[in-house]
Design a protein around this ligand. Structure first.
Ligand code: PMP
Ligand code: GLU
Length: 398
């Protein structure tokens, strides 16, 4: 009986996005021509000047443990970014760098949430949020925001979901998986509700900040009355095409930063030294690369939305950020092809992978079983070909 896992691990579901991506990679290795629209990461290489900074860092021997919350120069660079781009004044002591924004979110939840605490998560949500809440022994409270409301939580829904046990709200804008972007006005509505419930903290996941087609990024941290209760999460992964470097950060009240510092000091020591030097260059160096990638994503978004709208049976919003589309696909449930019946969106994702050789992720994992997530962080050619295959495969379902 030595191979028993802890209850904590038994409760945890594996990451559906990473699992689907791995499946697609396995098929590719067998020689199948798979178009991977499952995992969400920029398809661009990291910009040259950032790679050069990392090479220099190695040559200059930035190769030891760093301070637990990150190098002072990087925290300073992040404070500069928050001031310049977001109008937010943070002292470097209120910033903590981690191994990806994923660790940043997880640190914050582990620091704030305990047994019996509830965390409100608007659904559709990024797959990892409820799982991280469970890791922290908390209870995820998922509140459905429908396609008709552009997948955005309303102040009324928030008010209704709050109980004396609510400890935090997670808001992701631009959103993974829906691409929805909250306006300043919409956030103000949520802020007014939050001001009436002083125990509720906010985790504002802004990792897709720069992949935004509305022209403005708004943050709950920009309301001074709420600022002391907001843990802002961001990082270099998406804006600078740096997913593999594993650098994210929180900007938060100092007591939260200190708690995360203690936590991180016990289980990862610090984020990678070389990656921190690369991230410092990302924030301090030229910014044209960010806009160039944003424009490419916007063009691809327009392409895929128009192709989905031409596909019978799929229904889609017009996402205003991130690089995902999240079409409703439930009109195919109950239909079959060669004895195979589609009951759920995960069934549909498997069908599309095996028959059309297009990897997507079923909406079940995002708390929205009616939908299917497709990442359009791939070339125009891949998008066009993938949608051709998807349309053909869907047409065979009767
Ligand atoms: N938040 C959201 C909403 C994401 O989609 C991702 C990407 N996996 C992350 C956080 C984590 O980003 P990172 O790669 O920096 O850990
Ligand atoms: N954010 C990406 C996604 O949702 C990366 C995978 C992950 O971390 O889950 O696909």
């Amino acid at each position: 009986m030595s191979n028993q896992l802890s209850d904590r691990l038994n409760r945890l579901a594996p990451s559906a996005t990473l699992a689907m991506s791995q499946k697609s990679a396995e098929l590719k290795a067998q020689g199948v021509d798979v178009i991977n629209m499952s995992v969400g990461e920029p398809d661009f290489p990291t910009p040259e000047h950032i790679k050069q900074a990392a090479k220099r860092a190695i040559d200059e021997n930035w190769t030891s443990y760093t301070p637990v919350p990150g190098y002072p120069a990087l925290r300073q660079a992040i404070a500069g970014k928050l001031r310049r781009e977001n109008g937010l004044l943070y002292d470097p002591s209120q910033i903590l760098v981690s191994s990806g924004a994923k660790q940043s979110v997880c640190n914050a939840l582990l620091a704030l949430v305990g047994k019996g605490d509830e965390v409100i998560i608007p659904a559709p949500y990024w797959v990892s949020y409820p799982q991280m809440v469970l890791l922290a022994d908390g209870e995820p409270v998922c509140v459905e925001a429908t396609l008709e409301q552009d997948f955005k939580l309303t102040p009324e829904q928030l008010e209704q979901a709050i109980t004396p046990r609510t400890r935090a709200l997670i808001i992701c804008s631009p959103s993974n998986p829906t691409g929805s972007v909250y306006t300043k006005e919409e956030l103000k509505g949520l802020k007014d509700v939050l001001l009436r419930h002083e125990r509720v903290m906010v985790i504002a996941d802004e990792i897709y900040e720069h992949i935004n087609y509305t022209g403005t990024h708004a943050s709950l941290a920009q309301f001074p009355e709420l600022r002391e209760r907001v843990v802002l999460v961001n990082g270099v992964s998406k804006a600078y095409a740096m997913t593999g470097w594993r650098i994210g950060f929180i900007a938060a009240p100092e007591w939260v930063v200190k708690a995360c510092n203690k936590l991180q000091g016990q289980y990862t020591s610090c984020p990678s030294s070389v990656s921190q030097k690369a991230a410092e260059e990302a924030y301090n160096g030229p910014q044209e690369c960010v806009e160039q990638m944003r424009q490419a994503f916007e063009r691809r978004k327009n392409l895929i939305v128009s192709l989905i709208r031409e596909t019978p049976g799929l229904e889609v919003n017009d996402p205003q950020g991130a690089f995902y589309v999240f079409p409703k696909c439930s009109s195919f449930f109950g239909k079959s092809f060669e004895g195979r019946t589609i009951e759920t969106s995960t069934d549909l994702a498997m069908y599309l992978l095996e028959v059309a050789h297009v990897a997507t992720v079923g909406g079940d994992a995002f708390g929205s079983p009616q939908c299917l997530r497709m990442s359009y962080a791939t070339s125009d050619e891949n998008i066009t070909e993938a949608m051709r295959r998807v349309r053909e495969a869907l047409a065979r379902l009767r």
